[in-house]
Design a binder for this molecule. Structure first.
Ligand code: ATP
Ligand code: MG
Length: 415
């Protein structure tokens, strides 16, 4: 299988001021064509650095995709860098001059002199026409490695890739494909989970299996390499079944499925409804639930009851209970969940109260302490969880929201 390197050019990308979304998109497209992205490189608008990156890619990759730095300004250096890396001169490419002229003419403008540099291309480069912008792309062999150079503007890059690059790559890729699937889980730590599927994660296995963790959700990634899509999909199915068999209901969904969507699916199937009572998550659970299309079928809404007073007024939490146990406590979480069910007339309710930090913690109630309450048609319970006291506020809030959704998911599955 061919190995590709993907190079993004732009100071704003290298400095982290804007996010390189081109590389990930291109890597996914390549996988569909049976080409494996082996390395992503991000380089600032710096001529020697770009030339270095291009030469290294020529030596290390079978094919190279480059985006960015094709604009008309002095910091757009990709054309010059390509010429230097290949050891050739830049020539004015007359058809591209004509294209630029026509582009501006169609907008009622003369061709600005500065845009003329966009038609200066390394000798030996083949032009890839830009059907939605000014910068022509190019294909050029450096050393003996083909390189495809596309604009940085994401939608221009995507159109050029689809129209001019993908068909050529498909013709040379040799028919192999790389297909992938993701399974999402919640409730087992990454190392425990890894132990259960250790034999599937051995290096060199096809499909290959890997895990990654984010905000309590552990994602199992399965990549299958095969000669055709149907074979790859069958291999994915088989490995997916093996993973699910080991992990059971810890797995809540595949690919684009979120915890909120998984919960929603279970509630909808049972014709049940849900309300929320949120303190430290400030409506995050409601946001996650309502991000799922069709959530009105089961989610009735909720209260963001941040102050003690609103916990009392909106959720009928007894003042004495807060007085006795504190707002962040299991009894208050129970009362919040019960109040949400009763006042918002739902079958289920999730409540969250916690110390998200960085201030406000105490010996007894440290930052990262979160109480999740759960009301079901049968009972109301609550449980306290401790996240690390040094976890960022946002991490604590998101993990708490996920924990609330997963607690509900488990309760619904058990009915
Ligand atoms: P072009 O080659 O099309 O002229 P450029 O890199 O010369 O592009 P810039 O002005 O640097 O032009 O980038 C145009 C826009 O595209 C900017 O908003 C930039 O952040 C965005 N962009 C460039 N490269 C990427 C990338 N890899 N991922 C996401 N956005 C990108
Ligand atoms: Mg740029």
């Amino acid at each position: 299988m061919q190995r590709a390197w993907i190079i993004s050019i732009g100071t704003e990308l290298a400095l982290g001021q804007s996010l390189d979304t081109n590389s990930g998109w291109l890597a996914e497209q390549l996988a569909g064509l049976g080409i494996r992205a082996q390395r992503h490189v991000t380089v600032a608008d710096d001529l020697p650095a770009i030339v270095d990156a291009l030469r290294a890619a020529a030596a290390g990759a079978d094919v190279v995709l480059v985006s960015g730095g094709l604009g008309p300004t002095d910091d757009d250096l990709t054309r010059t860098a390509m010429a230097q890396a290949a050891g050739v001169a830049l020539d004015l490419h007359e058809p591209s001059v004509a294209h630029l002229r026509a582009y501006f003419a169609s907008r009622g403008r003369d061709l600005p002199a500065s845009n003329l540099v966009q038609a200066r291309l390394p000798r030996g480069a083949r032009v890839l026409e830009n059907t939605c912008g000014t910068a022509p792309g190019m294909c050029m062999v450096v050393g003996d490695t083909p390189m495809y150079v596309m604009p940085g503007v994401p939608f221009e890059m995507k159109v050029m890739f689809a129209e001019a690059v993908a068909p050529e790559l498909a013709a040379t890729a040799g028919g192999a494909v790389l297909r992938s699937r993701r399974l999402h889980s919640f409730g087992l730590g990454e190392s425990d989970l890894g132990e259960r599927i250790a034999d599937l994660m051995v290096r060199g296995r096809n499909p290959e299996v890997g895990t990654s963790a984010a905000l309590g959700v552990i994602t199992i990634r399965i990549n299958a390499q095969a000669d055709d899509p149907a074979t790859a999909d069958a291999m994915l199915d088989e490995t997916e079944a093996a993973v699910r068999q080991r992990l059971g209901t810890v797995v809540f969904g595949a690919d684009g499925c979120t915890l909120a969507a998984a919960v929603g699916r279970e509630l909808e199937q049972r014709g049940q409804t849900l309300a929320t009572a949120e303190s430290c998550t400030g409506g995050l659970i409601g946001e996650l639930l309502t991000a799922v299309p069709g959530s009105s079928a089961y989610y009735v809404g909720g209260a963001v009851a941040y102050s003690n007073e609103l916990k009392e007024r909106l959720l009928d939490v007894p003042a004495a209970l807060i007085e006795e146990h504190g707002a962040v406590s299991e009894p208050v979480a129970v009362a919040m969940a019960r109040g949400a069910c009763a006042n918002f007339d739902s079958a289920y309710a999730i409540s969250v109260t916690g110390v998200a930090g960085p201030g406000g913690g105490s010996e007894e109630k440290p930052v990262g302490l979160v109480c999740i309450g759960l009301a079901t048609p049968h009972e109301v319970t609550a449980k306290a969880y401790r996240f690390g006291s040094d976890s960022p506020r946002d991490v604590i809030r998101h993990r708490a929201a996920h924990l609330g959704l997963n607690s509900l998911r488990r309760a619904v599955l058990a009915t």
